[in-house]
Write a protein that binds this ligand. Structure first.
Ligand code: SF4
Length: 385
């Protein structure tokens, strides 16, 4: 359907507080739609539910109510686990980096979030505060931003002291503002481990009881079935990380394919959730305009006009540290790590990252913002970086 051209969407360094993220009640939430998505070839390839080979509970995590809930889930799924007598995890002991990586990506540790995590830190431009349900992720994205951010082998650690983590958030809700936002996916993909932990469902339910706080999380997985009947009350924005097929098929091992993610997004909007598209990492590969245009067309076909939708646009970047780790983990990657083709960007701590040169950034920004303004006049672009 042809759409009117509109002005470029608002781009800001902070989440807008006055429109897309205003608090709403369940009664305000969009009604369940009868819209049938355009016929598609298939429902996509779902991500396989992760079944870790090694699961450990620390002694402290085993004492937590949520730790026991996780244990019950594991038992139902037929996943064996071991309870440690102390709060240390066994050494992985891989002979090579690749072997350690493989073991770590097959290991789930149930631990308590340390005391330091109860002092939240801001996370602009995504949200006011970040908090964590887990750190680590079972997927194998060859650009993963966790490489270099999380120390050691990439074991997934899920937190058992979830009830305290959620209670602690109340102290960060600003009573002088209509809405305080919390990001839960800085160091994990919470949906990728939801079948094992149930933590995301509990967080969504907790936010559903707050009138002045909103949860934000993002995923590359697609099994949203546990979330569809939760009392979210419009207080959660579920974002789906989307990319052109060229990127998804080459670089995002273990995740759902594009079709399956779009189906999941549609289910979330039908369940009354606010949604978001995180287009990341954007890469100016050959024919990127055509492939990203296809992606946006598919997204348009998935959602109703007027869906409560935001966009976040994040270009690919890497640090010297993340490059080294990622090349160790994925020595045959087709990802372009050529520093000669990038600009060096310093941060306030004196370290640097490599981003696309200014001209390329400008081109990407203009193309995406114009295209989104044309095809998604109802949506808001929260930021481009
Ligand atoms: S899904 Fe996200 S967190 Fe998980 S490996 Fe991929 S980029 Fe990393």
């Amino acid at each position: 359907m042809p759409r009117p051209l509109s002005q470029a969407p608002h781009i800001s360094g902070r989440l807008p507080q006055d429109h897309a993220d205003r608090p709403i009640s369940q009664a305000d939430a969009p009604p369940v739609s009868t819209f049938a998505p355009a016929p598609r070839r298939h429902a996509g390839r779902s991500a396989r539910a992760w079944k870790p080979k090694h699961v450990y509970f620390t002694a402290a995590a085993w004492q937590e109510e949520h730790g026991r809930r996780i244990a019950e889930r594991l038992a139902k799924l037929g996943v064996e686990y071991e309870v440690m007598s102390a709060n240390r995890l066994p050494k992985l002991g891989g002979a090579t980096t690749r072997e350690t990586y493989r073991k770590a990506k097959n290991t789930l540790a149930i631990v308590n979030a340390p005391a330091g995590q109860f002092k939240l830190t801001p996370i602009p431009p995504s949200a006011d505060w970040q908090f964590h349900l887990a750190k680590g992720c079972p997927a194998h994205c060859q650009y993963c931003y966790l490489a270099g951010s999380l120390p050691g082998a990439p074991v997934t650690r899920a937190y058992a002291n979830l009830d305290q983590i959620l209670d602690n958030l109340a102290a960060y809700i600003d009573p002088h503002r209509a809405l305080t936002t919390f990001e839960a996916s800085c160091y994990t993909d919470p949906l990728g481990i939801e079948h094992l932990t149930g933590s995301l469902s509990r967080a969504i339910t907790w936010f559903g009881e707050q009138s002045d706080a909103r949860l934000r999380w993002v995923t590359k997985y697609d099994d949203v079935s546990p979330l569809l009947n939760l009392p979210h009350n419009g207080q959660t924005r579920c974002r789906i990380s989307l990319n052109a097929d060229w990127v998804t098929q080459r670089l995002e091992g273990g995740t759902a394919d594009l079709e399956a993610r779009l189906v999941a997004m549609r289910k979330l909007t039908d369940a009354g959730y606010r949604v978001g598209a995180v287009l990341a990492p954007l890469m100016p590969f050959d024919n990127w305009r055509v492939d990203y245009g296809d992606l946006l067309d598919q997204l348009r076909n998935t959602l109703d006009d007027g869906a409560d939708l935001t966009f976040e646009l994040i270009t690919h970047r890497f640090t010297p540290g993340s490059k080294e780790i990622l090349l160790d983990w994925y020595p045959n990657t087709s990802l372009d790590f050529d520093e000669e083709r990038r600009s060096k960007k310093l941060n306030k701590f004196g370290s640097h990252k490599f981003v696309y040169p200014r001209e390329q950034m400008k081109e990407l920004k203009e193309w995406f913002t114009e295209r989104i303004a044309r095809d998604f006049p109802e949506a808001e672009v929260l930021y481009f970086t």
